[in-house]
Write a protein that binds this ligand. Sequence first.
Ligand code: UDX
Length: 451
Amino acid sequence: MTDGLRMTVLGSGYLGITHAASMASLGFEVLGLDTDAGRVDQLNAGRLPIHEPGLEELLCAGLEAGRLRFTTSYPEAAAFGDVHFICTGTPQQPGSDRADLSQVHGCVAALAPLLDRPCLVVGKSTVPVGTARRLAAELSQACPGAELAWNPEFLREGSAVADTLAPDRIVAGVTSGRAEQILRQVYARPLAGGAVFIVTSLETAELAKAAANAFLATKISFINAMAEICETAGGDVRDLAQILGADPRIGPAFLRAGLGYGGGCLPKDIRAFVARAEELGAGASLAFLREVDAINLRRRARTADLVHELAGGNLAGVPVCVLGAAFKPGSDDVRDSPALDVAQILTGMGARATVYDPAALDNARRVRPGLSYAPTLAGAAQGAHVVLLLTEWPEFTALTPGRLGGIVARRNIIDARNALDPAPWQEAGWEYRALGVAADAAARARLDASP
Ligand code: UDX
């Protein structure tokens, strides 16, 4: 069954669309499934419901080549696929740190009874350890020829296409040689391109994704904890990160201090990882991740405090320009967006915050309808007393102090992503502040007063 494999991709979020379009571009016949008929129509018409560089082109190429289409029909998917990829979302449960697995369970429950021939069901969603083993039992009970593998996805938003077509590693959590061989065929092209193929158990494959995200979040919170120390003691976290990153044992990636991490993965995945460890009686092992989360959230409050400070200790009615709504540049995703949280905190403190983002305004308006938005950068900056750079889009990092200086009412800027060169701003008469860089006088006074 490994010749001319036909695939279904269940779920059409970031992961599902990217995986479906990528597999079609590798030459496979792919049927995407989503229960949302509107979304399926949109995708079949070649319209991408998310902002992801290069993905719409890949989607259209697959549709035009006749190798990719989307359906709402489980019977059609069951009849079509030799390999079924589970790519549904696992968001944080409201009011809990646990992952909401209803979409994963829902799609297996819908698919399993319809399977009537040997096939491989491959989980790509991020799930708590132990989920795959339970799904495997459910599947084999419904159809003896149906087998489960776990194959986590490590793609980043903004570079999802490249990460999917040329991943650095492919994790195959399998319970048989047959499953391993099918996954080797699925990923033959990336493997030929040098991707590392790691065969392991279902549990290790599930843990791989949680552990990778926990490590990345920890690295970011580590440098942000150093930023807090720098702010207190008078250091410069950018220099510190450069010094640490030059050590090959540490490496420079994910040491950009600033407003911290957000998005649809890192925040909820580390919380779900801790919650799962606690359920298993191993909560102490991951207790440090609660501190990682706390450091990350403190950066948002600290940014709002800096605005308060720059505004002279009173934010009532103060116009603040908020540059950024997406959780990172290159994406229109506003899930757990640090930028929107800061805008919300400032609004709560009485400021007149106006948000601008080159791609995420529609999504931001939907999830935070109470905030004020401007359709252009100039509109948000007009008359501002403080400008905040919260998402490092190229449009913002290319700003010049002269151009912005002609629009704002007061020359105060907070570079919450350490994305600007301070010198030209300071030379142009701006009060420039960044996270992780102390205002010299305050830090010196603290050092002098310390024992
Ligand atoms: C992440 C993982 O990188 C990816 O492997 C996994 O599959 C999904 O989760 P993503 O959420 O797309 O990917 O974004 P990522 O590039 O990891 O950035 C996450 C957040 O961390 C962003 O808010 C970003 O601004 C922030 N970040 C990143 C920092 O604050 N500092 C850094 O040095 C790097």
